[in-house]
Structure formats: structure tokens, C-alpha cells
Design a protein around this ligand. Structure first.
Ligand SMILES: [Zn+2]
Length: 306
């Protein structure tokens, strides 16, 4: 009999005899909280609520990481117990959602306590974003420590750039990192933010921060831009920032989806399988977006005409 089996039997016997139930760590499924923030983007873009539901579906149907439970929260829960024991929290929305939901200081304080107990954090696309009014004069914000960087949009201390690139190639930057498992370089039409902010020391990555994916952008003056990064924090927690996808249809890209799901699994302190997280998506319309495809560009009005 294995030692663990002996222990389990012993605990069961004691619990029967004493009337107490012994909760075993492996009996509770790992829980992921997906927080959907406000968004005003047109159909087919951002689609934060549908994106949240899509991630829940994927996380609960991973072929090779069974037993994960995910909840989509459309507002910050009033009852703090909802987030107790959550392994990682995923944000999707326009700007880092805690700054756009009611009572940001209270949310940041609760998040701080969660991070200190080792909870993970993942932000997707615009949820990596902070504006001038959200940060201190020199760009200070707790998200920098929790996640290792952010998309500094309209900030004074640093200017990140948002632009649709018709062909951006995303390359794995840390092949040995668990998040890199099972996805390869891919090219897509999207808005991966560039010149993201990593800290006051000349924008160098802080200790514990790893570039996970890079892209040579913009095409007219290419530099190796970091478009996904991860941090192993001193408090034991992990964070990942991924500055895409802008277009809802890009969730269909298996490599991008795997990078995001690997990140969620990694920040939940679970083992990322050697082949990366395996998922099969149903039709994207199932998650009820405003539109699977973006609206066609509005016809330009001829100049100098009434
Ligand atoms: Zn966007």
C-alpha cells in the first residue's frame, strides 16, 4: 500500500470515528474566476463577454487538464467568499477592469490580498491597459508587480502603441517556459499592442519577468516587441499579460488560444501538459458575441460634398 493511500485510509478512519470531515486538497477542483469588465467596442472586436464564456468553455473542456472549474463574473462579486480559494483570476475588458468597475480601491485591496496568498492573474488584450488617470506620475500601479508589465495607453510616463497590423507574426520567446508548450509561431491580422510598459528601469523586464512571445513590429520600422510576458512573483504567485486578441474571430487560432489557456493553467499553479492545453472549439457564435466577424469598414464619404 502506498504511503498516500495509507494516509487517506487513516484520515477516513479518523473522520468516521470523530465525525469530522477531512478535506483533502485534491478533492477541490481548481477554480478560475474570469472577470468581464466594461467594453464599448463594436461587434466582432473585443467581445469581452463572449470571450469570457469561450475561455470558461475551454477551461472546463481541456482534453488533457481535467477537473478545472471556471466562473464568468460580469461584475465584481459583493461577497468576498466568491473569490476565496480561486487559483487564478482572468480579466477581459476595455482597460484593466478593476479600474472601470465601481470602487477600484476596494477591488485593488482585495486583489492585493489574493495575490499575497499566491493567486495567479492573467489579462487579455485591452485588459492589460492602464491610462494616465489610473497610474501614479511615474507609472506606479500594483498591476506592474502582479503581472510584470502593462499596456500604457494615453499615459504620460510611457507611450505604448495600439494599431491594427494586417500581418503580425508572433514568435515564442521562451521555449523552455511551461506557457510555450505546444504552440508555434503564427501570423495573424490583429492589434497586438507594442511598446508595452515593464517598469521604470529603462523599461527593462524586472526580476522574475520573462518575455513569452515577441513580434517584429511595426512593419515599417521593426523592433522585437514583447506581446506576451509572464512573471513568477516573490509571493509565489504568477501573472501573465497577453496583448491580443482584438478580433473575436482570432480565438479560432489554435496557437494563440493555446498560449492563453497555457497561461491560465500555469498561473493556477497547475502542470501545463507537454503538448500544451488541448481544446476543441465549437462554432464561435455559440458564445453569443455581438458578431463573430467585425463590421465592414464604413463607406467613406466623398470629400467636399454636402
Ligand atoms: Zn483592440
Amino acid at each position: 500500500m502506498k504511503a498516500t493511500t495509507v494516509l487517506a485510509t487513516l484520515l477516513a478512519a479518523i473522520s468516521l470515528a470523530s465525525g469530522f470531515a477531512f478535506a483533502q486538497a485534491d478533492e477541490t477542483p481548481p477554480r478560475v474566476a474570469i472577470v468581464v469588465g466594461p467594453s464599448t467596442h463594436p461587434p466582432g472586436t473585443h467581445e469581452v463577454a463572449a470571450g469570457g464564456r469561450l475561455m470558461k468553455f475551454c477551461l472546463e473542456n481541456m482534453a488533457n487538464v481535467p477537473g478545472v472549474k471556471a466562473d464568468v463574473l460580469y461584475q465584481w462579486p459583493r461577497d468576498p467568499a466568491v473569490l476565496e480559494g480561486v487559483a487564478t483570476v482572468v480579466f477581459i475588458g476595455d482597460i484593466f477592469p478593476p479600474m472601470r468597475l465601481p470602487d477600484p480601491p476596494a477591488i485593488l485591496a482585495q486583489l492585493d490580498a489574493m495575490m499575497k496568498r499566491g493567486c495567479g492573474i492573467v489579462c487579455v488584450h485591452y485588459a492589460t491597459g492602464l491610462r494616465a488617470g489610473d497610474v501614479g506620475e511615474n507609472g506606479e500601479h500594483p498591476l506592474l508587480g502582479w503581472m510584470g508589465g502593462y499596456f500604457a495607453t494615453g499615459c504620460n510616463h510611457h507611450r505604448s502603441v495600439a494599431k491594427i497590423f494586417r500581418e503580425a507574426t508572433v514568435t515564442p520567446a521562451a521555449p523552455e517556459h511551461p506557457v510555450s508548450r505546444g504552440w508555434r509561431e503564427f501570423t495573424f491580422d490583429d492589434e497586438p499592442y507594442i511598446q508595452n510598459y515593464f517598469g521604470p528601469d529603462g523599461n527593462k523586464l524586472s526580476a522574475g519577468v520573462t518575455a513569452l512571445a515577441t513580434s517584429m513590429l511595426p512593419p515599417e520600422a521593426p523592433q522585437r516587441e514583447i506581446v506576451a510576458w509572464g512573471i513568477q512573483r516573490a509571493d509565489g504567485g504568477r501573472g501573465v499579460g497577453i496583448v491580443m486578441p482584438h478580433y473575436y474571430r482570432n480565438w479560432k487560432l489554435e496557437d494563440l488560444r493555446r498560449m492563453i489557456l497555457n497561461s491560465i493553467v500555469w498561473t493556477a499553479n497547475l502542470e501545463v501538459p507537454a503538448q500544451g492545453v488541448q481544446t476543441t472549439l465549437p462554432d464561435l457564435a455559440v458564445f453569443e458575441p455581438g458578431g463573430v466577424e467585425p463590421l465592414p469598414p464604413a463607406a467613406k464619404k466623398p470629400k467636399n460634398q454636402p
